[in-house]
Design a protein around this ligand. Structure first.
Ligand SMILES: Cc1cc2nc3c(=O)[nH]c(=O)nc-3n(C[C@H](O)[C@H](O)[C@H](O)COP(=O)(O)OP(=O)(O)OC[C@H]3O[C@@H](n4cnc5c(N)ncnc54)[C@H](O)[C@@H]3O)c2cc1C
Length: 440
């Protein structure tokens, strides 16, 4: 039986492992953390499991919906009406229907019409390849106008990409608008978002159970330190132990994988520097439960660049409070570069700063009433999709024999997400299987 090591137990690694184990390979997952799930992993709050970073899926997320059905947990996936708002200069504006845009007073009437037409164009147009080499900042300023750019798009780009905000490719923003538009199905008056009753851990647990049934091993607290080819095998070092496999799949961020490669031929050096050219930004999240409802909306985009966070989410406005001991569950979130103070600040400093701003939006918010409270930090939360990105995307096959790479830096122009992690996990398993069969 051929052996395959999978580095990383996020949605990509778990899906690939499941597919390869189904094909009869002996699969071992090595996961650095103390649980699987990666960026979509959960924790316990108010009597339920919840993602450390806010998660939902769209109706267009066909790959994760398909695996949900296949795993027999379709009853857990529930669809809820979404509600979105924009916070600007002391006021929350609903942003759910086209009428809300027409009424959006921070923009002039002319700018509202222009903003709507540009979004409509992006929704209908499939011509994203022509947008790749233009920045979203330039393109939006040109076509939506300076006012729409400053009020709507610049705060979004700044919040999501911080110091990289004016480097982001318009192809990335096209994908966000285009795919999202198609997620509303005929007959739905509002956009529906999917959430697993009991959390995304439902998918993780179902995959783990299948993997165990197929004889796969999952090793936790196992940070892989190095990888090299020896004769016809690939050797990995984990917690000072060496293991040999017929093939290795890394699902780690590209520049983390680059550091593991312990070979230094010219070809490998060129490959490593290509991987290193992909920048990543981190995410910092505060998740808390609270006895009262603060807002009528699920999602709040903070379009005020003086605020230290991008988004405020009342999770229980999407899914209800019943599964959370009737508490209301909130996320505050932002994306920051690795050298940002939040990666060295203690939790209290972040909370104190954020709550002073939250009180500006919700005057009645009283931090002392918070029931449970957590800060989570992810260093490799999002890659920077700049105007040269199409030339940086690494291949699935690496220059190391029988070593493969599949991670969200290869998802383009779509934004990363659990759906694409499943899609990529399925795809890479096919590639590895074909190669190993040919080698026989
Ligand atoms: C703030 C935020 C909000 C999001 N919202 C949504 C959403 O609403 N809907 C949605 O579908 N998706 C969302 N996503 C994206 C989604 O979580 C990811 O696209 C998906 O989980 C990526 O899975 P992955 O397996 O490719 O990568 P990861 O989840 O990053 O998995 C990689 C794994 O590798 C492990 N690892 C790292 N180094 C090593 C090492 N040396 N050895 C062994 N293991 C290692 C990590 O611990 C991790 O578990 C969100 C992400 C963030 C950060």
């Amino acid at each position: 039986m051929k052996t395959i090591a999978i580095l990383g137990g996020g949605f990509t690694g778990l899906t690939a492992a499941y597919r390869l184990a189904q094909k009869g390979y002996k699969v071992t997952i090595y996961e650095k953390g103390d649980s699987v799930g990666g960026l979509a992993s959960g924790f316990e709050i108010s009597g339920n499991n919840l993602e450390k970073a806010y998660h939902h899926i769209f109706k267009t997320d066909t790959d994760i919906i398909a695996i949900t059905n296949e795993l027999g947990i379709q009853d857990k996936l529930q669809w809820h009406d979404s509600s979105v708002s924009i916070y600007r200069k002391g006021k929350l504006y609903p942003f759910i229907t086209p009428i809300d845009l027409i009424k959006f007073s921070p923009l002039s009437i002319f700018s509202r019409i222009r903003a709507g037409l540009v979004v409509l164009y992006l929704q209908k147009s499939s011509n994203w390849k022509n947008l790749q080499e233009q920045t979203a900042a330039q393109w939006m300023r040109r076509w939506s106008g300076r006012q729409v750019y400053n009020v709507i798009w610049k705060p979004l780009l700044l919040g999501k990409f911080d110091k990289f905000y004016d480097k982001i490719s318009m192809a990335w923003l096209w994908a966000r608008v285009h795919i999202r538009a198609n997620s509303k199905q005929k007959g739905d008056s509002k956009e529906k978002l999917g959430y697993y009753k009991g959390g995304f851990i439902q998918v993780v647990n179902a995959l783990e159970n299948k993997l165990k049934g197929l004889g796969a091993d999952i090793t936790l607290n196992a940070a892989v330190d190095s990888i090299k080819t020896t004769h016809n095998k690939t050797e990995i070092k984990v917690n000072n132990q060496q293991y040999k496999f017929d093939a290795v799949l890394s699902t780690l961020p590209s520049n983390v994988f680059a550091k593991l490669i312990k070979e230094d031929s010219k070809k490998i050096k060129e490959y490593v520097s290509k991987l290193d050219s992909i920048n990543y930004i981190g995410a910092v999240l505060n998740v808390f439960s609270y006895p009262e409802s603060l807002s009528e909306y699920y999602w709040h985009n903070i379009n005020d660049t003086s605020f230290p966070f991008l988004v405020f989410i009342q999770h229980t406005n999407l899914v209800g409070t019943k599964d959370y001991n009737n508490h209301h569950i909130y996320y505050i979130g932002t994306y920051v570069p690795h050298d940002h103070k939040y990666f060295s600040s203690n939790d209290k400093e972040i909370k104190d700063e954020w709550y002073s701003y939250l009180k500006r939006i919700f005057k009645d918010f009283e931090p002392e009433k918070i029931i449970e409270n957590n800060i989570f930090k992810f260093k490799f939360a999002q890659h920077i999709v700049d105007t040269e990105y199409q030339n940086k995307i690494p291949d699935y096959k690496t220059p190391l024999k029988n070593v493969y790479l599949s991670n969200f830096s290869q998802i383009y122009p779509e934004d990363r997400g659990t759906n694409y992690a499943v899609r990529e996990g399925n795809k890479i398993a096919e590639i590895i299987d074909k190669d190993l069969q040919l080698a026989e």
